[in-house]
Design a protein around this ligand. Sequence first.
Ligand code: SF4
Length: 347
Amino acid sequence: MPKALSKSPSFAKRLVAWQKQHGRHDLPWQSSADPYRVWLSEIMLQQTQVVTVKAYYDKFLKRFPTVSALSSASLDEVLGLWSGLGYYSRAKNLHRCAQLVAHEHGGVFPNTKDALQTLPGIGPSTAAAIASLCFGKREAILDGNVKRVLTRLHGFGHDLSVAAHEKALWQIAQDVLPHQESDMPTYTQGMMDLGATLCTRSQPACERCPMQDICVAHHEGRASHYPVKSRKLKRSAQVMWLLFARCAKGAVWLQQRPTKGVWASLFTCPIFDSEEALLASLPKPLHNKLHFAPAFVHVLTHKDLHLHVAHLAMRTEQSLGDGGQWWGVQDWPNLGLPAPIRQLLLA
Ligand code: SF4
């Protein structure tokens, strides 16, 4: 069996050396230790691939070069720029967090994990990432990638759905940190890089891994068995009937969603629970002009949305009810729109 990882003095040193030579160094947010930039990238990277985040990160930084600029923007503008990245609660927390940093912290991000964690949208791992990458604090990160790396290295087969087991893994993550604070930024980046580039979910590249000789999962030939998480997300389904009205000049009729629920605060076509409710919202003479497209499914994290779209071609910009308005072709692309609605409007 490999030597127990926590007793291997070489682990942190090896990881730091490996990161310097083989880790990623060209990600746009690595060019500075500015907490605003690191925070922005960390929030975007939650649940989103690096390749997708890059474009959004550049766009955000260009429009909001500082936390103060972001705090002064309207939520609608932030949601508009975020449009397409998904998980819109992140954008709302981003905006609230920027306002708190600007107004209650003098525009300066706190430099400890504990203080960072009090801000909206910043959980323990994101707080540790900012504290270690920007301020050299000895704080361990434990996102999905790092859980995979650490459980494999240790052969940690306990179910991470159990809070006590997750807590034990946090302790392990903390125990194996480098002793020197100056190594923390490289070490944290190294953990991220190892999980993203070698110790991947399927077919990890163990032959190139600097930890091969101390990795329990590799020794067992069972990398794919880690991490163990028995509790699966409960999925549900929802049926939505969408009224997609477009007028001759290209304007579309959109409403802003309530602040809670699916697609909260985003702009969408009017949404109804049933075909009957959709028809009831329209004057009778318009019923004959509706064209129903085949239904399709849009998958969210916890839910499958079964979307039925009724197309309505209008000659003029006549009102279609309270709470909505016509948005011209120059304006609607800047709104916060859920991905399937944007695709619908672009089709
Ligand atoms: Fe992951 Fe393989 Fe490296 Fe172990 S040896 S940490 S399973 S890549």
